[in-house]
Design a protein around this ligand. Structure first.
Ligand SMILES: [Zn+2]
Length: 165
């Protein structure tokens, strides 16, 4: 993972309202004029989805492309309040403008490879202490140890109810 800051994670989870229909993690704290969630971060005000990308997606504020405004944190779901790392991706200006043109939100189903049942199967195996690599073998589909790790930390598939079948 890019950065580990459990205190910051806790602050963000405290202001997270998960939308069951879209899977969006809506920021319940302050939002700026453009509708983006904002929070204090490293001594400044920063947009929450950018902080999420820093925490979970290897987004680096020190990159020259970030400074030059050529690299953006974009939303698959087109929801500026959302900071679900599953709905975020990094892209350039071209991606940014096409992202803005896209209407509607289908992020939950278009991006996801695992069914709710498979997510719960992974959770059960995690509870049993099965190593991540083994889980990928056992469950045998398009997943990888990083996805398993993100499920364990509650970052991926957070809206899938435990034990729902
Ligand atoms: Zn979203």
């Amino acid at each position: 993972m890019a950065h580990v800051d459990t205190y910051l994670e806790r602050r963000m989870f405290a202001k997270r309202l998960i939308d069951d229909s879209t899977g969006c993690w809506n920021w319940t704290g302050y939002c700026d004029d453009s509708g983006y969630g904002a929070m204090a971060f490293q001594g400044r005000s920063e947009r929450v989805h950018r902080v999420a990308a820093w925490l979970w997606l290897d987004y680096d504020f020190e990159q020259p492309d970030v400074w030059a405004m050529r690299l953006h944190v974009l939303h698959h779901c087109n929801n500026p309040r959302c900071f679900n790392p599953e709905h975020l991706y990094l892209g350039d200006n071209v991606a940014n403008s096409s992202d803005a043109r896209k209407a509607g939100t289908t992020a939950k189903h278009s991006l996801r490879k695992l069914t709710d049942e498979q997510v719960n199967e992974i959770r059960n195996l995690l509870d049993l202490g099965v190593p991540h690599r083994k889980i990928v073998e056992v469950v045998d589909f398009e997943t990888n140890t990083q996805t398993v790790s993100m499920i364990r930390r509650g970052l991926y598939y957070a809206d899938v109810k435990k034990g729902s079948e």
